[in-house]
Design a protein around this ligand. Structure first.
Ligand code: TXA
Ligand code: MG
Length: 344
């Protein structure tokens, strides 16, 4: 099979994709965060195809996407009080809420968990696809398992083009990193994955929210593997208090590595001139504009692979706002290791 890439600006193409979903097939579609690989969430045979196509382990549950509040009772049981406020504030948008599931959602979707992750995307194409299909759509990111998430139709083609019938092309996604996954079954709620909605913004609505690592690991997301979002090249992530010291350490490492490997460097544009023409420098933008960096992050990682580098040295972004999500993806791409510079 070779996927057809069809423009999402033609409603007929969205309808075609919706018919495939209704008949138990799997299609790729854009959301405001990354592209998703969607199947009818109420059809366990269709959902099984998603796991198989992605080579995703069956213990890693999927997000169920809905297009209206009327669809919610078909997915979850009781809605916790704080969750209502979050839905009002952030839906449609890049916030996924983990709540107790309704029995109509098959166990395969939630990997046997009593909870389900739900989100109402903001992308008009995604919303239209769900409405036309008339069922909630279970969808992980449309990459092969472990690879950087796709932010355009071509990325999906690269990873899954030979396995699915149709990719709805909605251009480059706006946010570029996945949704924030928030567990609201506990108090205070726990961020299982930082993403498109910032922690600071959630706290303005909810009061205190914890990060999974601040919660003694009591609440965990099965999908938070140590190695994830990774390009083929090895990623080395550099961090430290003083920017000049960190870039000096990166330069020294480049000198050591370039003798026997092709080295790539991912730094903000304000640091790019420190590196010579003997290494491939790709900048996703300025670290003063983290929203731009987020939107280019996964394309940048894939670009290094296209250039065939063996190793990518990356400078950690500030861990505030959407920088926290960018840091998380780079940390996972680096196999959950970090090179701390200047810590005594
Ligand atoms: O922006 C996004 O969230 C994209 C677009 C397509 O919507 N989707 C996405 O899906 O990133 P995926 O499957 O790549 O990531 C879903 C994450 C995984 O880390 C998974 O373990 C977690 O959500 N998750 C899903 N259901 C869960 C549950 N019941 N409890 C805890 N974590 C859950
Ligand atoms: Mg994913």
């Amino acid at each position: 099979m070779r996927a057809r890439i069809l423009s999402a600006s033609d409603i007929e193409n969205i309808r075609r994709a919706a018919r495939l979903v209704r008949s138990g097939e799997v299609v790729a579609f854009p959301t405001e965060t990354v592209y998703g690989l969607g199947a009818d969430a109420t059809n366990s045979v269709a959902v099984a195809k998603v796991f198989a196509l992605k080579e995703r382990p069956s213990f890693d549950p999927l997000i169920v996407h809905i297009a209206s509040m009327e669809m919610l009772p078909g997915v979850v049981g009781a809605v916790p009080e704080g969750a209502e406020r979050l839905m009002e504030a952030f839906w449609p948008g890049p916030l996924t809420l983990v709540m107790f599931k309704n029995e109509t959602i098959p166990d395969i979707v939630t990997a046997g968990l009593p909870t389900v992750a739900v989100r109402m995307p903001r992308s008009e194409v995604a919303l239209e696809l769900i409405r036309e299909a008339g069922v909630p759509i279970a969808a992980p990111s449309a990459n092969r398992f472990g690879r950087p998430s796709p932010t355009c139709a071509e990325h999906v083609m690269e990873d899954l083009g030979d396995k699915i019938p149709l990719i709805l092309d909605g251009g480059t996604t706006q946010i570029g990193v996945e949704s924030t996954v928030l567990d609201v079954t506990c108090s205070p709620p726990v961020i299982l994955r930082p993403g498109g909605i910032d922690r600071e913004v959630l706290e303005r609505v909810l009061g205190k929210v914890l990060l999974a690592q601040e919660n003694d690991g009591a609440v965990r997301s099965p999908g938070q593997m140590k190695q994830h979002y990774a390009p083929r090249a090895r990623v080395l992530l550099f961090d430290g208090e003083r920017r000049a010291e960190v870039t000096a350490a990166m330069k020294a490492q480049v000198e050591r590595l370039k003798k026997d490997s092709r080295v790539g460097v991912m730094v903000p544009e304000e640091e790019a001139s420190h590196f010579g023409s003997d290494v491939l420098v790709i900048s996703p933008g300025s670290y003063d504009e983290l929203g731009v960096v987020a939107s280019k992050l996964f394309e940048t990682l894939r670009a290094f692979d296209r250039e065939g580098v063996d190793c990518i040295l990356a400078l950690a972004p500030p861990k505030r706002g959407i920088g926290l999500a960018i840091f998380d993806r780079l940390f996972k791409a680096a196999g959950s290791q970090i090179i701390e510079v200047g810590r005594s």
